[in-house]
Design a protein around this ligand. Structure first.
Ligand SMILES: Nc1ncnc2c1ncn2[C@@H]1O[C@H](COP(=O)(O)OP(=O)(O)O)[C@@H](O)[C@H]1O
Ligand SMILES: [Mg+2]
Length: 252
């Protein structure tokens, strides 16, 4: 479980995350939605200790993220940041292998190598596995970063806009992988996604933020409604029921 309790973050006099309390149960996929600047990345960064909260408390699997030692935290939770500007001369394989660091301490075992190879294959990175990151397309680089994060093998996985720059094939590929991780391995996946229909199709729960606060959260069918979408985006969006579930029609 991820427990976020009365968490606030300010920059100067501006409150960008405002007294947020939220429990994310273990297992399953949760999508965080909301407009640009709503506070999604700030919240995820505090959960993954990339950023310190001004007040409040966050625990992941019972570990207080501010006091847990970094090795333990890195074996519990992996995070994909929204901006990936890692040292560009690293090859894809080096980057993915980096994900094993909390387990290997730098000396990869046979099992670590297998995990790296498997991730490279799954994300269709083999053709340029030995190429530096700065000689890849944006989508290829994004896939390499996702592969690294999943290679970490943690029970909790946080991804900030994992579908950035990705074509439909690779977007579906990643979403299916996350779904399988939740369903078959009991992982807890939390991600920021802008495409609400992707979020709806592949998530169990949706958390909606606006101006640093939670607008609403709950199971997908309670969230994909014209009322909630109006509250989140200030748009009147019809929602249709398809065989696979509700779909928001942004194209009218
Ligand atoms: N380092 C910073 N200094 C000042 N303001 C910031 C900083 N980082 C983010 N913000 C502001 O905090 C708000 C929330 O940002 P963010 O969490 O990145 O939003 P989201 O991920 O939902 O688009 C935005 O208004 C942004 O401009
Ligand atoms: Mg963001």
């Amino acid at each position: 479980m991820i427990e976020i309790s009365h968490v606030t973050k300010r920059y100067g006099s501006t409150t960008v995350v405002d007294d947020v309390s939220l429990e994310i149960p273990p297992g399953g996929v949760t999508s965080v939605i909301g407009a640009n600047g709503a506070g999604k990345s700030t919240l995820l960064s505090m959960v993954s200790r990339l950023l310190e909260a001004d007040s409040g408390r966050i625990t992941v699997d019972g570990l207080d993220v501010t006091t847990t030692d970094s090795g333990t935290l890195a074996r519990t939770l992996a995070v994909l940041r929204q901006e990936n500007h890692v040292a560009v001369r690293l090859t894809v394989r080096d980057l993915v292998a980096f994900g094993r660091f909390p387990h290997s301490g730098g000396r990869l075992s046979e099992a670590d190598h297998r995990a790296v190879d498997e991730a490279i294959d799954y994300f269709e990175l083999a053709a340029f596995a030995d190429r530096p990151l700065d000689r890849l397309s944006g989508g290829q680089r994004q896939r390499a970063h996702v592969a690294m994060v999943l290679c970490q093998g943690t029970d909790y996985v946080l991804l900030d806009e994992p579908l950035n720059n990705l074509d439909m094939r690779h977007s579906v590929h990643i979403m299916r992988r996350l779904r399988t991780m939740a369903d078959e391995l009991g992982k807890t996946v939390v991600m920021v996604v802008h495409d609400i229909n992707f979020a709806a199709r592949y998530s169990d729960r949706i958390v909606a933020m606006r101006d640093g606060a939670l607008v609403a959260h709950g199971p997908v069918d309670t969230m994909l409604t014209p009322g909630v979408l109006r509250d989140v985006y200030d748009l009147d969006i019809p929602v249709h029921e398809l065989h696979a579930g509700p779909i928001a029609d942004f194209y009218g």
